[in-house]
Design a protein around this ligand. Structure first.
Ligand code: CA
Length: 525
């Protein structure tokens, strides 16, 4: 792209963003006669008209701020020259008022997945070792390395072995009301569809989060042999499979390791008997997220993801969008798009809870934007939110999940989570995510051990430099080489290839795995 180009999101907008790689110098004249007063970096906003002090600044046809000083046409508009609007009230919102036209069902699309006894479908076949407390992490690490080198080569149908390590489990106020969030997150992650219903636990012994509390008996485990797929193997004990490091039987470190490896072998035998089968795309549980966002996120990658979200919902799949602080400023768009007033109210309840949580820490939603967001052209959280929400596409929002809850329905779901990439990903895994879509403008090498993460670059410059980290280049939309619709379909087809195991993501190729990070709003002790 050589000729000067700006991108305006809506006819009513009085700012647009500079699209050219490297930005444009002062004096640049656009084909329509607009002349830049300042040097403007790529992705940053230019005033399309003279703005008086206090004038409304509009992008996405939404007020993203007020001019702090008079800014002539062609000026650079950034966080230093904008005052952020107040957060929208949570009262008097439009409730389920918008009825988007029903989109035609999308039929005939399938992928090859691992069907589980509880009806869910995995996209990978992974042995997960659940841990009750951080104290056991080093031991589990050592055991996992040994399982990978000694056992895994004998089980070619198993993709990986993962220790579900975390910082929770002890030294925490475990009876505080909000402790339910980290506890149910861990519980539900251990039952992620990619783990085949095989749950094994490593516990220390003296920790507050005892195995029975983490995985109570009333929620039965679903061992593979109930499907009748493993007749030759001994039936799994209905009791929880726990290796307790403080148990009397363990004399020395190697005894602990041997015990974990021995138990892992039992689960690996069963996992190894799993086979992929053809299942409808409706079995996908896709979590969408963005991180390291820039002004292109809402122009290229997120609209393409939104298009793919609509395709998935039309095909009967589940799509979760999340990140409370990144949708809070567009709450009216969301409550109006809810399928029922009850769904709208559930969203408001989640936002209100999060407002109170932030207020308790003497913070507000403006704590969200990062130096990188601002460098990428996003002046504040209002502007960031408008770009973030478009990942949710255009269909009605049919369900709401509180943090750490497990998803039980299909359709477009608002899964309330913090916007932190790792906490959001962890909570979406707990909800049952079997495929993750992650858009980034600044660039992040994010990956998860439990689930494939498809990374979408918002700009061609990032896609070029990070050619072996980014799976999709949505920057082609800004370059004029692809439409949002093209990219949406490309993503949809790539999701099927990756879900089926026919392709790997770059994060899988390089084995890039970020840690699970629990959301623990309760006190530590
Ligand atoms: Ca994020």
């Amino acid at each position: 792209m050589s000729s000067p180009l700006y991108i305006r999101m809506h006819a009513a907008d009085n700012v647009a963003i500079v699209a050219n790689d490297g930005g444009l110098p002062a004096g640049t004249v656009f084909p329509d006669g607009l002349r830049l007063v300042d040097n403007i970096p790529q992705g940053h906003k230019v005033a399309l008209e003279d703005l008086a002090e206090g004038a409304v600044v509009r992008r996405y046809n939404v007020v993203i701020g007020y001019a702090l000083q008079a800014l002539p046409r062609g000026s650079w508009i950034n966080e230093r020259t904008l005052r952020m609007p107040a957060a929208p009230e949570l009262e008097g919102l439009p409730m389920a008022t918008v009825k988007p036209p029903a989109l035609a069902p999308l039929t005939g699309h399938t992928f090859e997945g691992y069907r589980n006894a509880d009806g869910s479908v995995g996209t990978r076949n992974i042995l997960a070792i659940t841990t009750t407390v951080q104290c056991v992490a080093g031991v589990v690490d050592t055991a996992v390395q040994r399982i990978k080198s000694e056992l895994l080569p004998r089980y070619p149908n198993v993709d990986d072995v993962v220790g579900l390590e975390h910082s929770y489990g002890c030294g925490v106020a475990i009876d505080a009301p909000d402790a339910i969030i980290p506890i149910r997150t861990l519980r539900n992650i251990s039952r992620n569809p990619n783990f085949g219903g095989e749950v094994m636990v490593v516990s220390l012994g003296c920790e507050k989060l005892q195995p029975e509390r983490l995985l109570p008996a009333e929620a039965p485990l679903l061992p593979m042999q109930r499907l009748g797929t493993a007749p030759a193997l001994p039936a799994a004990d209905s009791a929880l499979d726990v290796v307790c490091l403080q148990a009397e039987e363990h004399v020395g470190f190697m005894s602990m390791i041997d015990s974990i490896v021995r138990q892992a072998d039992v689960h690996l035998q069963r996992l190894n008997q799993r086979r992929r089968e053809t299942v409808p795309v409706s079995e996908l549980v896709v979590g969408v997220q963005c991180g390291g966002s820039d002004a292109f996120s809402g122009v290229t990658a997120n609209p393409a993801v939104g298009y793919a979200t609509d395709l998935l919902v039309r095909a009967g799949a589940s799509v979760m969008f999340s990140e409370v602080t990144e949708v809070r400023d567009g709450i009216d768009q969301l409550t109006s798009r809810a399928s029922t007033p009850e769904v709208a109210q559930a969203m408001i309840d989640q936002m209100a809870w999060y407002d109170a949580y932030l207020a308790r820490g003497l913070a507000d939603r403006s704590a969200n934007t990062t130096p990188g967001n601002k460098k990428g052209g996003l002046s504040n959280i209002v502007e960031k939110a408008m770009g973030s929400i478009v990942k949710s596409g255009s269909t009605p929002i049919t369900g709401v999940l509180a943090p750490g809850e497990k998803l039980k329905e299909k359709g477009l779901i608002y899964a309330a989570t913090p916007a932190s990439d790792f906490i959001c990903g962890t909570l979406q895994l707990a909800a049952g995510m079997n495929l993750h879509i992650f858009t980034t403008g600044r660039g992040t090498p994010y990956g998860l051990a439990a689930c494939p993460v498809i990374k979408v670059a918002t700009r061609s410059d990032l896609a070029r430099r990070w050619h072996d980290l980014m799976d999709v280049n949505a920057g082609r939309i800004a370059d004029g080489d692809a439409t949002i619709e093209d990219m949406g379909w490309e993503l949809f087809h790539l999701m099927i290839e990756i879900a089926s195991g026919r392709k790997k993501t770059w994060a899988e190729h390089w084995k890039l795995h970020n840690s699970l990070v629990l959301f623990n709003p309760a006190p530590v002790t």
